[in-house]
Design a binder for this molecule. Sequence first.
Ligand SMILES: [Zn+2]
Length: 459
Amino acid sequence: MSWRVLVLTAVAALAGAGPLLGAQTFGSWLDPYRGNAQRLIAAAQENDFAWQRLAELTDTYGARPAWSENLSRAIVWAAEAMKNDGLENVRTERVMVPRWVRGLESAEIVEPPRHPIVMLGLGGTVATPPGGLEADVLVVSNFDDLRVKRAHVPGRIVLFDVAYTTYAETMSYRTGGARLAAEYGAAAVLVRSVGPIGLRTAHTGSVNYAPGQPQIPAAAIAVEDANRIARLATAGRRVRVRLVTSGHMEPDVASANVVAEITGRERPEEIVLLGGHLDSWDVGTGASDDGAGCIITWEALRLMKKLGLRPRRTVRLVLWTNEEHGMHGATAYGVKYAHAAGNHVLAIESDSGVFAPASLGFSGSAAGRLVVSQIATLLAPLGLQEIGAGGGGPDIDPIAQAGNVPALAYLGDASRLFQIHHTAADTVERIAPEELSKAAAAIAAITYVVAEMPERIPR
Ligand SMILES: [Zn+2]
């Protein structure tokens, strides 16, 4: 049974036209792909190749901000390694990216007596005056609290002491806090680090300034330092902080997306797209964000080559540049391939780490979800057969939107990821080889079936 018959039958059944098909009939159209999917899953898990490659990337090239020589060299390394894997049409596609330089930075409480603060300037922050700035701290618990206290804002350093709920919610203070505080006349902004626990690490990430508005220095501080300042303020104590940031922009530099393919044997123009972003922040080594995503999607192609599999459609791997500070790689890909957006059959992004318990998320039509859910039954040995919500991601969004492309995401456990996200602690030892191999196995099997099955995933 083809999936099309399956979908029509299931839709009819849901509409009350008949009983749902039994589980066995549901899966029977998958029978031709079962063997190779199992071979891919086994090959991904037979050793720790993926982890060793991730360690090679992160140990050799370290932190890889888009504008850095580290990333430029990692791009050359990746392209060479892809060629050595036997991948096809390996190329780098030039993208201009902004260059932001962090420079020297520090923060300390100077009143009550001196206490160093663990901090990281937010990506894109402007500099304090030479020698830094010193001001009283105004602690606020959210944007509404800032509005209520706006009369006290001018000249102060505003601390957004906002406890972590979800990344999407809490990061809005990191990206948008400086904008609102500047509007009210703040001298600078500190943001409690966006993460569920404190291990006295600061979490960086982008700050967004409003065009035409004053730009004020912005930094993340460790959860424990935010707590301390908040406790002192609650006790009615005056807290005075000295902040030094040196961030500044320099002229744009050339970077690149790295692209490799396995050309489809029957429909080379139809593309299953997958990848992660090769750039990272300038602290840690970007092992989870997003070295892991690059390696596990790359593994799908390497393993197909190793097993001699050439699916019907083209499988295209892209390691995007500069996801972290403006998504220039994703934008450039969307523009370059806009003419072929509709030829993208499925877009898969991995940018959420691989920490267990992981899951798969899908965004697309109900009919598409039904087919992908059927394919995912092949992942039962990995415990990944449930397809949840939340496919897509920043790097595939432009092309997915242009072509109304169904999107899939590998979603590592967020509570573990955001302990280390954008910190100096995002290193390879956080990642278990089995978790990485399992993710590679799941992505390889799904990619293969989607590229091989006779009909496209319904949009
Ligand atoms: Zn990322």
